[in-house]
Design a protein around this ligand. Structure first.
Ligand SMILES: *[C@@H]1O[C@H](CO)[C@@H](O)[C@H](O)[C@H]1NC(C)=O
Ligand SMILES: *[C@@H]1O[C@H](CO)[C@@H](O)[C@H](O)[C@H]1NC(C)=O
Ligand SMILES: *[C@@H]1O[C@H](CO)[C@@H](O)[C@H](O)[C@H]1NC(C)=O
Length: 201
């Protein structure tokens, strides 16, 4: 119950002014993502084609969250290069796994992604939410990318499958890191319009 309350409070934060880790503290843009209560803050650097970003999502302390880019196709988790945050081994800072989801039952091997990650990712867990800090070289130097995000439980301390219904199957979105424009690919234009209204900057 307590966790649910924390999650609701974190979810309500959306793009409200937020605290970030020192050195990762200023972002030019933010959008509230349409599902899972998540938000994405970022700064795009045209000169070198990179984006510094913070993905924040409410979650119980016994769960995981992830954000990533699918370089292959839109609307799919499979083929995505993701950053997955879960509780740190020693109960300290959250740890980050980088992995390419090769199937719907991925091995979650910690490895290299299908684009450059010029700065080591970091994650924190605070106030009932994870934040994953990432710098990516946008693949193909293209500002429009197929983004994905997710949240799921642990089982026996290990990353377990996320729910296979509802919001957990709607957590993909095409995002233009330059304009902040989004499209979910869904036919529901209400969702699309709400995203745009929540866009900032
Ligand atoms: C990209 O450019 C920005 C702004 O010029 C700079 O702050 C940042 O450190 C650069 N990133 C990398 C990975 O070189
Ligand atoms: C990426 O594209 C931008 C704008 O189109 C360009 O100025 C920049 O030189 C490109 N960067 C790389 C690393 O290709
Ligand atoms: C994944 O590998 C990186 C780089 O070696 C390391 O810093 C990180 O802690 C690893 N993550 C996990 C969850 O093992």
């Amino acid at each position: 119950m307590l966790m649910l309350l924390f999650a609701a409070a974190a979810a309500a934060q959306g793009c409200a002014p937020a605290k970030f880790l020192a050195g990762r503290s200023s972002f030019q843009r933010c959008i509230s993502l349409p599902v899972l209560g998540a938000s994405l803050f970022w700064t795009y650097h045209a000169a070198n084609g990179t984006a510094d970003l913070a993905f924040r999502a409410p979650q119980g302390a016994g769960g995981w969250v992830a954000w990533g880019i699918n370089t292959d196709r839109p609307g799919s988790m499979v083929g995505s290069s993701v950053f997955l945050a879960s509780p740190g081994a020693s109960g300290g800072a959250a740890s980050v796994l980088t992995t390419v989801l090769e199937s719907t039952s991925p091995s979650l091997a910690n490895g290299t992604l299908r684009f450059d990650v010029p700065v080591a990712p970091a994650a924190e867990y605070a106030g009932g939410a994870y934040t994953i800090y990432v710098t990516v070289a946008l693949p193909g130097n293209n500002t429009v990318q197929n983004t994905v995000w997710q949240a799921g439980p642990l089982s026996g301390g290990r990353i377990a499958a996320h729910p296979m219904s509802g919001a957990n199957l709607q957590s993909t979105m095409k995002l233009d890191f330059l304009s902040g424009g989004t499209s979910t690919g869904a036919t529901n234009s209400m969702v699309h319009r709400r995203n745009l209204r929540n866009s900032r900057g």
